[in-house]
Every structure is written in C-alpha cells, then in structure tokens.
Design a binder for this molecule. Structure first.
Ligand SMILES: [Zn+2]
Length: 456
C-alpha cells in the first residue's frame, strides 16, 4: 500500500478497498479504481491487482467529484469575501471538483479576456475546475447583449446575469436565439423585480409576524414561466437557477412533459430550512430567493425524487461578517455552501430514506455534469480522475470557524449533519484530505500539479 504523497507522483495506481458509488450505472459496489495519467483507467468489482501500487480507501465510499452549477467566487472585485483560490479550497473541502463561477464580479465577467482570466487563476490555484459563466448583457445591466460568441470561444460554460434578472424579455429572447446557434446553456436567475423589490423574506405568515417586507412566490414563478415560454419560442437550452418554490417546480414539470430543453436546480438551504428559521432575524438565513414554507420544501424534495429537478447546486454566496452582522434589512442576501452541500443533501434525502446513494450523488455530479456537457461527474474510463472519497455515516457539527471559505455565512451553523468528505482528487491528485492523527483531525490541501502546469 502506498501513501497519499507517493500516489500523486505516480503514473498509474489504484484506489483500493472502497464502496464505489456510480451514479450513472445507478449502483454501489465493493470495488477499486485505477488512475493513470490523471484519468480514470479502469473500474472494477473487487480488489485491485495484488502487485499494483495501491492506496487504501479504508472502506469509504468513492464517487465522482461533485459538480456545482452555481457558485459565486467574488474575484475580481470582492476579494475580502472570497477569492478564486479560497473558493476553490472550499470546494475541495466539500468534495466539489468542478464548479460554475457566476459572472457578477467587479468587473462583471462579460468578455473573452475576463473568461480567460478566471480560467488561468483557477488553474494556478489548482484546487478545483472553475468554469466561468459569462454575463448575458454588458455589465449585467440588462440592456445590451454581451459578446456571447467571444466568451464561448474563450471557454465560458454558460451565460447568465445571475444576481439580477434579465428584465427585458426582448433582450432575453435575443440571447436565447444567439446562444441557440451553438446550443449554449442559458442560466436564468428568475425574478420579477416589480414583485420582489424591497422584500427581505418569503411573503407569508412569518413575514407578517416579523414585520418584514415579503417576496411572494410569484416573483419567482412568473419569471420562470416567462423563461420557459421564451425557451419554447427560441428552442434554446434553459437552466433555471436556485428554484425555491413549489409553483416553479410545477412549471418545470410541465415544460419537461412538453419536451422542452429545460433543466432546474435547487439548493441545500431550501431543502433543509423553511421560513420558521428566520424567526430570530438571523441574517445567515437571508437569501434570494428567500427560504419559503414547509410545503415548498416538500414540493422541492418531491421534484428531486421524481426527476423534475435535475441538480442540487449551492448558490455559494460569501459575504463578510461585517456585512452580515447588521440589522436584517441591511444585510446582503446569500449564504455559503460548498463545504456543507454533500452532508446537507445526504442528511435530507438519503438518511431520511427518500433516495438511494447513487441517485443522491447523481443530483450532485453526473446530472449537473451532463447539463454542462463534457465529462465531469462520471466514473467512465477516460474521464478525468476527479473523485470524492466520503463517509456517508459520519456525523459532524457545522462550525463556521472551520470553513476554508474566506467567509463564514453558513445557514447551517450549529447543525449536526450526517455524511462527510474525507478526500478529494482532482486529475488524480489528492487536493484535499482529512486524517485522524492520535485523535486529532488534520486537514491537508495540496494543489494539483497537472492543473498548475496547464496554467503556466
Ligand atoms: Zn441568482
């Protein structure tokens, strides 16, 4: 048996003694996996060959690295909240190997050079594959289309004005028509601003009780409905971001039944929390769209179980303590999520016996991977050896102070979650691992050399 440092410098080696979770084949089995030159070379039932260099997986579960469709890395412009480097470390700690970086930085990622800047910076960091999302409109101001073709050429994985809706339907239509020519993915932050403006939390009994301005479900579902109609009109591939309400799930369900190329995601915080969580005016429960009612939570879970919703993404949105530590009305929207997403989703869907492990992992790896195209989220030989080694049973207490993210605004502070990442591999390199040395936890982050070499 080899140790972790040895394997990262070897050309061919095995992870042995693992329970393989294959979300595409929809099964879990005792097996081993061979890594060669940073790629998955072989997957087999049973142990690795006797004479081959092997790494002991300690009976842990091995799955494809997680693919997160919705992350805010804040660099350039808001480095006090997060950087590409700190956000990538945070991803590695959460088992996430590929993530989509939203363009609402300063400057907004709305042209080719800005797309390549993010690709370079993340390769230099070497902890996760960061796929830049290009803005739909210049400066995300909603008026003039950005140069989608140029950004696509430089490597943008999708287009979105996330953080802001594209309010002008004609502009959105033109973006979809243009994107359609190369089958681009349009990600929609669906929000009807005339209904959400000034709102702080979900509009309902709780907002009335707390005396906070509400945001009705319709602020989301009316916008979702428009996007679906525009997708039908243009034939564009549409992805609906951070869905929070049962009514939106219903629209997506119908769109899929009609055969439209529409997909949707929800986030861990909508699955674990409902609007009773805001009772103490905790700004770490303030996000946009807001956490809604128990019935919405149940509709989202049902949407994941019946395949209407395709993915769970984090909407990782770092904000500093200074910004969040203010009166509720003045706090920014958003919570971090990269380091807690697997545990949160396992706790909500797997440990409650609603879903088997491969299906849970599919929502967080192979299905978002398929939405992006390419080979992320797969254990297919020939795919990059981006892997997540985890213990689905380990219970742990979420503590903001332990986070690798530069920000501390988790919505799950103090919660005990079940399921925890032990190690993350990127292109076959162990970029994150957690060990127990004499009863003390030890975490090691090591950048993947292959990523860094490609950057230099
Ligand atoms: Zn958004």
């Amino acid at each position: 048996m080899k140790n972790w440092l040895e394997v990262s410098s070897m050309d061919r080696w095995w992870v042995d003694n693992v329970k393989v979770v294959d979300p595409v084949a929809d099964r879990v089995f005792d097996g081993s996996l061979c890594v060669q030159d940073g790629l998955i070379a072989e997957l087999r039932e049973g142990p690795a060959p006797e004479d081959a260099p092997r790494l002991d997986g300690e009976g842990l579960h091995l799955a494809p690295g997680l693919v997160d469709l919705h992350v805010h890395l804040r660099e350039p412009g808001f480095e006090e909240k997060e950087t590409i480097e700190s956000g990538s470390r945070s991803a590695a700690r959460g088992g996430v190997t590929t993530l989509c970086a939203m363009p609402n930085t300063n400057p907004v990622c709305d042209d080719g050079p800005r797309v390549s800047y993010i690709l370079e910076r993340s390769a230099q960091a070497g902890f996760a594959k960061v796929l830049p999302v290009g803005a739909i409109t210049r400066g995300s101001e909603g008026r003039e289309l950005a140069d989608l073709g140029e950004m696509h050429y430089e490597g943008a994985c999708a287009f979105s004005d996330d953080g802001r809706p594209v309010s002008d339907s004609g502009v959105m239509r033109r973006a979809m028509e243009l994107g359609r020519t190369w089958d681009a993915l349009i990600m929609s932050h669906s929000e009807e601003r005339s209904l959400s403006e000034g709102g702080q939390v979900h509009e309902g009994a709780m907002s009335a009780k707390l005396g906070l301005e509400g945001i009705p479900r319709e602020a989301e579902s009316i916008a979702v409905d428009r996007e679906v109609r525009l997708s039908r009109l243009t034939g564009a591939r549409l992805h609906l971001c951070h869905l929070s309400s049962g009514s939106s799930v219903e629209i997506l369900r119908r769109a899929k039944a009609d055969g439209l190329k529409v997909t949707g995601e929800t986030t861990p915080h909508y699955l674990l929390l409902d609007d009773s969580a805001i009772e103490g005016y905790d700004t770490h429960k303030k996000m946009n769209p807001p956490i809604r009612e128990k019935s919405d939570q149940e509709a989202l879970v049902a949407g994941l179980c019946d395949g209407t919703l395709d993915a769970v993404a984090t909407d990782h949105a770092p904000h500093t303590e200074i910004e969040k530590n203010v009166e509720f009305a003045y706090a920014p929207f958003g919570v971090i999520g990269l380091e807690t997403s697997l545990a949160a989703v396992l706790t909500r869907l797997y440990h409650s016996k609603l879903m088997e492990l491969p299906r849970v992992l599919a929502l967080m790896s192979s299905r978002p991977g398929a939405i992006l195209g390419g080979n992320a989220g797969s254990l297919e030989p020939g795919s990059p050896a981006d892997l997540c080694l985890f213990d689905p049973e380990e219970e742990w207490l979420v503590r903001a102070e332990d986070m690798a993210s530069r920000s501390r605004n988790t919505a799950f502070e103090g919660m005990t979650l079940r399921g925890r990442v032990r190690a993350t591999f990127l292109n076959g390199s162990p970029v994150y691992r957690r060990t127990m040395d004499e009863g003390k936890e030890n975490e090691v982050f090591t950048p993947a050399k292959r990523m860094q070499e490609s950057a230099s």
